[in-house]
Design a protein around this ligand. Structure first.
Ligand code: VGL
Ligand code: ZN
Length: 203
């Protein structure tokens, strides 16, 4: 059992159809984490859910770059960007939360990745690492000091969110049994190492 106090929050990252088996950017076993998330979410006094929410033609989509293959990397003004298959398009079924995920306990649902020209893996900042989503202010004004991350994908949106949270001064835990990874060219091991080095507790 995790120790949870009044200063704790859970952040459930991107448990959406497109990241589950059958989806456009399916994470292996992405749907397997839903029962555990449903079980633990109510133990936390503050609960945030995030939703990847891209307009059609988003520049993180390979289809927006003629000749580019999905999962290749290009240089964007804000740094390297993996080009993904079209996913989590605003209003599509793929962008909906997994149907078994319990949303009733959510305090806040945060959407990210809406600006066409920049991706946002992290729940705190877009990929330029400077444009804020507002989540820091929400959590801090609610008195939250420690965050537990669960969701998809461990090596992208979960890791980038956890690393930003640590940088912002939150105590950070990632509950790996309730996360699943894309694991593109060793990206999972690299993300775990960066999180450890940043003082993120992997539990
Ligand atoms: C994600 C790739 C692209 C994620 C979102 O939720 O980890 N990964 N968009
Ligand atoms: Zn995305």
């Amino acid at each position: 059992m995790m120790k949870i106090g009044p200063d704790d929050a859970i952040v459930v990252i991107d448990v959406q159809n497109d990241f589950c088996p059958g989806g456009a950017l399916a994470v292996p076993e992405g749907d397997a984490i839903v029962p555990e998330i449903n079980r633990i979410v109510r133990d936390f006094p503050v609960r945030v859910f995030t939703q990847d929410w891209h307009p059609q033609g988003h520049l993180s989509f390979a289809s927006s770059h003629p000749g580019a293959s999905p999962l290749s990397t290009i240089d964007m003004p804000y740094g390297p960007q993996v080009l993904w298959p079209d996913h989590c398009v605003q209003g599509s079924d793929g962008a909906e939360f997994h149907e078994d995920l319990h949303l009733e306990p959510a305090d806040m649902i945060l959407r990210k990745g809406m600006r066409p020209e920049i991706d946002s893996y992290s729940a705190f900042f877009e990929n330029d690492k400077t444009t804020p989503t507002g989540l820091e202010g929400y959590l801090k004004t609610r008195g939250v000091q420690r965050l537990t991350f669960v969701g998809l994908a461990t090596d992208f949106c979960v890791a980038w969110s956890a690393l930003d949270a640590a940088r912002l001064g939150f105590a950070v835990r990632v509950k790996l049994s309730a996360c699943r990874a894309i694991d593109l060219d060793g990206s999972l091991e690299a993300a775990l190492e960066r999180m450890r080095a940043a003082g993120v507790e992997l539990i």
